[in-house]
Design a protein around this ligand. Structure first.
Ligand code: ATP
Ligand code: MG
Length: 588
């Protein structure tokens, strides 16, 4: 299908005045010091994420009674003042248990209030918060808690029994387990196991936030494990400055917004943008405890009057799979900004937004390591569907080439593929991989952070994702980015999702092989396979188009929603699958 290459921003498109409209002017005027001035800072100096996210609004008569978090499953609303009280209590709980500054507090919980209270309360206490995804099995739980030297774990009795007890003897540093919800079942009798609610009830509602400094460690986040064993990225309290700035520039948050981030805090998106950024802006976040369900998600967007929605390509592709007719059964008059992160967003998905929701999807790019959004489609400029957008104010991105001596060189020519790099200095940049200094050092060349992603920059300064360095295919002398091939396949009306790999080939070096899953109403057949190969050849040319295609009911993906091409490849070649701890659908 041929579509325009640009979606123009027109005045009035966004239903309210956007935070910014002049990209060049805002970038020129921006400084991180000026952004920092939008945060309050601690009364005695220093910076603490939870103080900025919660206490600042709780103390303000205009925002204290505003709903901070709305939990859809339990119907519980927590306003900023109540959240301040709860997080103070939790900080007091940690103090009572003798937890020291810098010690690690893990959570293994679904998206229930105790998760949010524990993370923010830990930050207040100067402890380091590390939320784990509750569907992890015992092995991923043990490796992450072991690596992070967990001192405290907040979880439920059921999750504890199934996922922690079997590996408990591997966690000698774990001193306290706080059990949420299911009380009175005898668990509190064991050593170091406490009932969360009673400790909270016994602890005072007042707490003076620990005098943390901007460089103090605040959060530990594990990467998605798409390319291998997950790495533990260390983040500091100063990251709040990036979270605030990106909430303004990339998510266009305004007071009064009802915001929904669909990511689980077990992934960095669910913390940076599911907890911190919306609270920094004093908006109301809705929290849906459940898994993806097309009907339910449309209902939430409609009934909760969601105005800003932050989701992922995988969710959008699943909604596309469910058909536009379903979307048409709902109305979204409050919705004014939709953004996506996690994987390349195919141009088709941007256009789908226009058709199904009435507004395009704004793709943005970042990583666990960057701590916040770096490159984005924003209200301030036109969208080129298929592009990640442009670097935000304060972010200096470039494309680099590696030379034979192991150094890198910045590529100035637009349109050339290379590794995406960022000039260090933004506040939410990770400060290390836990216990892996060498791997951390390898990410830098001088003052450039090398992202491991390949991209290209066009003449207008837009960045286009090509593929992860690990996923790029070398075929007959061509370097083929899987994203381009997958996007072409997705233009076919039958294709819901596509994953492309390189398969060893005697003549070409590697041959492109595609795996696709189909939209509802389509059936896999040899004819359809041939039609898809022909479509790709027409769009991409014979050198780049896949030579082979297989149909799968669904593609293997991480729990954070990323297609695991390395697994498609390992399975295709009959090789060991490697670390699959984050694979969705894994027994848990
Ligand atoms: P691991 O590092 O363990 O292999 P991961 O890189 O998937 O896992 P994350 O930090 O969650 O872990 O994901 C960041 C990566 O996701 C980016 O490096 C990039 O490859 C991909 N990504 C994120 N957003 C986008 C986007 N908008 N377009 C293209 N790719 C994206
Ligand atoms: Mg990564």
């Amino acid at each position: 299908m041929s579509r325009p290459l640009v979606i123009r921003k027109r005045a009035g498109d966004l239903r309210i005045k956007p935070n910014w409209t002049d990209y060049a002017a805002e970038r020129a005027a921006f400084s991180w010091e000026a952004a920092r001035a939008h945060l309050a800072g601690l009364p005695g100096g220093g910076l603490n994420i939870a103080h900025e996210a919660v206490d600042r609004h709780a103390a303000d008569p205009r925002s204290g009674s505003r709903i901070a978090l709305r939990f859809l499953g339990s119907g519980r609303d927590i306003d900023y003042r109540a959240l301040a009280g709860l997080t103070n209590r939790f900080a007091n709980v940690l103090a009572g248990l003798g937890v020291a500054r810098g010690e690690r507090v893990f959570t293994l919980l679904g998206r229930v209030p105790a998760l949010y209270v524990s993370v923010l309360g830990s930050l207040k206490a100067g402890a380091v918060a590390c939320p784990l995804f509750s569907a992890f099995g015992p092995e991923p739980v043990a490796t992450r808690m072991g690596l992070g030297d967990a001192r405290v774990l907040v979880t439920t009795a059921d999750l504890y029994r199934r996922k922690v007890q079997p590996v408990r003897d591997r966690l000698p540093g774990l001193k306290h387990v706080l059990i949420v919800q299911e009380t009175g079942d005898g668990m509190a009798a064991a050593d170091g196991v406490h009932d969360f609610e009673s400790l909270m009830a016994q602890s005072p509602r007042r707490y003076e936030t620990a005098p943390t400094q901007a460089e103090d460690m605040a959060l530990l986040h594990f990467t998605s494990g798409t390319t291998g064993t997950p790495k533990g990225a260390i983040h500091v309290h100063g990251a709040a400055v990036t979270h605030w700035a990106t909430g303004r520039y990339a998510l266009d948050l305004h007071p009064g917004d009802i915001y929904w981030c669909t990511a689980d805090p077990g992934w960095v998106t669910g913390t940076s943008y599911g907890i911190i950024a919306p609270l920094l802006h004093g908006v109301t976040s809705v929290v849906d405890e459940g898994d993806f369900d097309a009907h339910n998600w449309y209902r939430i967007l409609q009934d909760e009057d969601v105005s800003v929605w932050y989701t992922a390509p995988t969710a959008i592709r699943m909604l596309m799979k469910a058909g536009t007719e379903l979307a048409k059964q709902y109305r979204f008059p409050a919705l004014r900004f939709v953004a996506s992160v996690g994987e390349p967003l195919n141009a088709e998905a941007v256009w789908w937004g226009e058709e199904a929701l009435g507004l395009p999807v704004h793709d943005n790019w970042w990583q666990t390591e960057t701590g916040g959004i770096m490159i984005a489609n924003t209200p301030a400029f036109d969208i080129k569907p298929g592009s990640m957008g442009r670097p935000l104010p304060g972010i200096d991105a470039c494309i680099v080439e590696h030379d034979a001596q192991g150094g890198v060189r910045i590529v100035d020519t637009p349109g050339k593929d290379g590794e995406l790099a960022l000039r260090r200095g933004w506040p939410s940049m990770f400060r290390g991989y836990l216990n892996n200094e060498e791997r951390y050092r390898k990410c830098f060349d001088g003052d450039l952070y090398l992202t491991g992603d390949l991209a290209r920059r066009d003449e207008d300064g837009y960045f286009w994702f090509v593929g992860r360095a690990d996923d790029v295919i070398k075929s007959s002398g061509h370097l083929i980015g899987p994203f381009e091939v997958e996007s072409a396949l997705m233009e076919h009306p039958s294709v819901a999702e596509a994953g492309v790999i390189g398969k060893p080939d005697e003549t070409a070096g590697e041959a492109v092989k595609a795996f696709v899953s189909l939209k509802s109403g389509w059936k896999a057949s040899d004819e359809l396979g041939l039609a898809l190969l022909a479509h790709a050849r027409k769009r991409l040319g014979a050198a780049v188009a896949p030579k082979e295609i297989d149909f799968l009911p669904a593609l293997p993906r991480t729990r954070s929603g990323k297609i695991m091409r390395r697994l498609l490849k390992a399975r295709e070649l009959g090789l060991p699958e490697g670390d699959t701890s984050t694979l969705e659908g894994q027994a848990s």
